[in-house]
Structures are given as C-alpha cells and as structure tokens.
Design a protein around this ligand. Sequence first.
Ligand SMILES: NC(=O)c1ccc[n+]([C@@H]2O[C@H](COP(=O)([O-])OP(=O)(O)OC[C@H]3O[C@@H](n4cnc5c(N)ncnc54)[C@H](O)[C@@H]3O)[C@@H](O)[C@H]2O)c1
Length: 288
Amino acid sequence: MLLLDLSPARDAINTIVKDPLVSVVQCDVTDFHALRELVSTRQVTEIVHTAALLSTAIRKDILAGVRVNVMGATNVLEVARQLGVERVVLASSTIVGYPAFGDLKGEFFPEDFPLKSVANRPDSIYAATKVTVEHLGLLYRDLYGVSTVSLRYAAVISAWSGPGTSVPGRVLSMLVAAARTGEAAVISDPFMVWLGSDEFIDARDCAYANVAALDAAAPRHSAAGWQWRGNGRHLRIRDAVRTVSRNLSRGKCIFGRRSSRPAIPRSINGRFTSAQLPGMIPLGSVAQ
Ligand SMILES: NC(=O)c1ccc[n+]([C@@H]2O[C@H](COP(=O)([O-])OP(=O)(O)OC[C@H]3O[C@@H](n4cnc5c(N)ncnc54)[C@H](O)[C@@H]3O)[C@@H](O)[C@H]2O)c1
C-alpha cells in the first residue's frame, strides 16, 4: 500500500500506521509523469484520491487550487485509464449540494438531486473544483470504462495530530486548545463560522467508507456513481462549543466572534442527512 503526498506528515502518519504496511512516498499529484511512474512500477491496482487544496488555501492561491484539485484529479483518472487501474475513489464533498439544500423535500439528500445550473451554482472556487471532478469521474467511467466512485464527505473532524486544513477540524482544535487552558477561544475569521447546522463525519468513518467504495463489486447508485457520507446528525457551531465544554473543560469554554463580516451560510436546515452506505453505521461522534 502506497501513501503519496506532496509533504507527508510522517510522524503523524506513524502514530496511525507504520511501514511496511504502508510505504509513504513524496509525490506531487500535478506531476503526471511522476505519478504514472509510481503507479506503474509499484503495480497499483486501486486508488483513493484525496489530495486537494481546501477552501482557505484556495482563497490564498486560486491557480494552485485549480491546478491541484482539477488537474491533479485528471492526472489520477488518466493514469488509471492508461494503466488499467481497477477502481478510483474520488474525495468529493457535501459542498456540491449546499446551494440546493433549501430546495429539497424528504429525509435524505438524493445522490441525483435536481440542480439549477445558475441558481444552484457552486458558491466558491473550491466547490466548483469538486463539482468539476465529480463530472470528470463520471466521464472517465462513461467514455473510457474507468471504474470511479465519488464519495461526498460531510465536514470531516478528527483528533489527528498532523496538519489539517478543514474548517471544522480547525475550529474544533481551537476550541479544544482553549478548553484545555481555560482561556477564551476567539474565532475572528468569518470563514471559520458556519450558520445553521451542518453534517459531520469522523475521519475514521471516512476511511471505512473509502474501503467500502474500493471493495464494492458494483457501486450502488451506478447511474450517478456518487455517495454521500455523513454521520446523519446535524451540528450548529454552538453545539460544537457545548460539546467541547461538556467533555473537556473544567471551567468554561467561551466562544467569541469578532467580525462584522457574514459567516458562511449553510442552509441545510436540519432536515437532510446523507444516505448511508448499506451496512455502515458511523462509529465516530463529535463528542469523541
Ligand atoms: N476536511 C473536510 O471537512 C472535507 C470535507 C469534504 C471533503 N473533503 C475532501 O477530502 C480530501 C482530504 O481533505 P483533508 O481535510 O484531509 O485535507 P488536508 O488539507 O488535511 O489534506 C490534503 C492533503 O493533500 C496534500 N496535497 C496538497 N497538494 C498536493 C499535491 N500537489 N500533490 C500531492 N498531495 C498534495 C496535502 O499535503 C495534504 O496532506 C480533499 O479532497 C477534500 O476536498 C474534506
């Protein structure tokens, strides 16, 4: 098993899995030839593609974001096509559905949800790259027979010690650090605050879902080739603060927001949760 990353956090990775089960290799996913060489010489048969720049990083460098997210994924798909890789699982996000949340009725968010191309357009360049990569995955499947699945992760949280760029992960780390010292956690960046409720997923449940997507004989929802992955519960930012306070803080955890700029709107409105993968019950919770 190979783990490729532009700058692998080897110490943090070693706390989870060690050589020789996984060999950690430095590789830039935007370098097509290096990627092809590795997949070919190491006889890779299946790929889970997660490398990306997330929203905060893309705001700092748009060209790099589009290059890594769109060209990186295209490189993975093209290598898979050329070398006959058996399955590619692409990391997508519930962000592709955020603009349509308010329009839907029912309990679960359908994979093939109606999307108005203008009114429901992606609301960030990050979201646009994720929508694009889902379509590239489907096209590589339909036109070239590459077996692809896109997993739409809810907001991922974990207690991993390595670097992380996800908004909820960073918010929780900030709250936990503040709760441990008894100091106030002040969140001043409006992009770190979500309005309404959102759905979350423990990173370990994400990992299990990826393995299930690799192993599935014929991925469910084969027409769409997409899967939503969340823990089926909604969380407001104040719930995150309360959870941290209840579980960690001897004193109290104070949440402050010093900005007049609007927070990120999330109109998920507590009704919809992801359809679950058959037979998979999420193990992780925010409290953990
Ligand atoms: N974190 C979330 O809440 C969330 C939610 C939905 C979907 N996702 C998706 O899950 C995937 C993983 O997200 P994450 O939270 O682990 O992000 P992360 O930033 O923690 O990890 C991304 C990894 O990609 C690597 N990377 C960046 N550029 C690279 C390049 N050119 N070549 C090789 N590696 C490169 C980084 O070094 C980093 O280790 C992403 O595709 C993301 O869009 C994340």
